[in-house]
Design a protein around this ligand. Structure first.
Ligand code: HEC
Length: 170
């Protein structure tokens, strides 16, 4: 009898609280992952200086040493130095805050030439996650960096090294 009462109470609790995982963790629209940001869905962009980005989360707390390791793969195709050459990819010095495809003398793909957005950390983060998905048809042959913290560290490193002395913090 005691047992029976117990299960009746449990049953009632379940009904009242929507017991089972199905109700509590249902994969409705709320728990679905947001769709990956693309060049077409960036929307209005707010553009800050590199120093301001570096003073804010998540870049303020980034591990720039790890960023310095992550960037090695970019250097196979990109120079980061002021006045550096265009290689397989365009020179990246000073690209934050610039319109996509703005490096003179680099032969961009039609996809980049037809795109219309500014390089912010948010845009770069989405590009680096999956370049081919962010801007279909672009020519950057790179699978992407899947780990969120690696992209944050790399972007902090790039903000620091490619922005130039004028907008870098002390
Ligand atoms: C295999 C060569 C290759 C690698 C590796 C590579 N890129 Fe690129 N990248 C390119 C090419 C080529 C383009 C030009 C794409 C186009 O025109 O469609 C490009 C374009 C870009 C642009 C756009 C520049 C502009 O002027 O608008 C950015 C930003 C960029 N790459 C960042 C990176 C970063 C950061 C990494 C390292 C994680 C990286 N790339 C790794 C080849 C590469």
């Amino acid at each position: 009898m005691r047992r029976l009462t117990g299960s009746v109470i449990l049953l009632m609790l379940c009904l009242g609280a929507g017991c089972g995982e199905e109700t509590a963790t249902s994969s409705g629209p709320k728990s679905a992952k947001p769709p990956l940001l693309t060049a077409a869905t960036l929307g209005d962009q707010s553009v800050l200086s590199a120093g301001d980005y570096l003073a804010q989360s998540p870049y303020a707390g980034a591990d720039r040493d790890n960023g310095g390791r992550q960037v090695q793969i970019c250097k196979a195709c990109h120079s980061l130095d002021e006045g550096g050459p265009n290689m397989i990819g365009p020179n990246l010095y000073g690209f934050f805050g610039n319109e996509v495809g703005a490096v003179e003398g680099f032969d961009y793909s039609a996809a980049v030439r037809g795109a219309d957005f500014v390089w912010t950390p948010r845009a770069l983060d989405a590009w680096l996650q999956q370049p081919g998905r962010f801007l279909p048809g672009n020519r950057m042959t790179f699978a992407g960096i899947t780990k969120d913290s690696d992209r944050v560290d790399l972007i902090a490193y790039l903000l620091q090294t490619t922005a130039g002395p004028t907008i870098n913090p002390d």
